[in-house]
Write a protein that binds this ligand. Sequence first.
Ligand SMILES: Nc1ncnc2c1ncn2[C@@H]1O[C@H](COP(=O)(O)OP(=O)(O)OP(=O)(O)O)[C@@H](O)[C@H]1O
Ligand SMILES: [Mg+2]
Length: 231
Amino acid sequence: MHQVIELKGVAKRYDSAGAAPVLGPLTLRVAKGEALAVTGPSGSGKSTLLNLVAGLDKPTEGAVTVAGRRIDQLSEHALAKFRREHIGMAFQFFNLLDDLTVTDNIQLPAQLTGTSRRKAAARAGELMEMLGIQKHARAYPGRLSGGERQRVAVARALVNRPALLLADEPTGALDTVSGHDVRNLLMELHRAGQTIVLVTHDLSLAEACASRSIHLVDGHVALDSYAQAVR
Ligand SMILES: Nc1ncnc2c1ncn2[C@@H]1O[C@H](COP(=O)(O)OP(=O)(O)OP(=O)(O)O)[C@@H](O)[C@H]1O
Ligand SMILES: [Mg+2]
């Protein structure tokens, strides 16, 4: 599988007669191992694009194929299963469960796909080590700093080894230092070959973490550029 994402003639419109689509129509392919940053002004369609790729929203036109599977016509049930197995998501507000420990938060998606508790725990341990949060394994998220929480959210997103990691403003709620931690983490994941789509207003984050960026204006790709060198 070479393309992790393939959007063909995809458009999203909301029904106000005659209004232009909020996104597209656009055609976009993201290859395995690419780290794509999506930038653009507020309202340009960045989150809409991410939601279509995640199957959280359906296009009005066109075909959305992710990890080799056409997803735009799947049922909600099939989509939920598809997301659990193939897509990791890390958004601005971490959405961790406050009454579960860090370990249990990270393990949860693995257990939901039927991974044994023992295997899920091993994978969670491996990720916590990689992300430098193992000392918080038994803590509750409420006790952690923003940067630590975001790393827990990223670990949870990666627990099922997703073909694709989606991040929407992952540093948006963080201070500078925590933001740098998350930035370094995304850089490392990209180096390790993880396919990533990162939505951000932060151009320095996009520049540091991405091998390619697209800039959206009014729902269209105004610029599509590859980084000079892969870091
Ligand atoms: N349910 C909806 N009904 C009508 N319009 C919508 C709906 N959801 C989003 N939109 C419109 O779609 C456009 C794109 O929104 P989107 O959330 O994708 O922007 P964004 O680029 O992520 O912006 P931001 O940087 O502020 O997060 C906006 O003009 C928004 O008002
Ligand atoms: Mg948005």
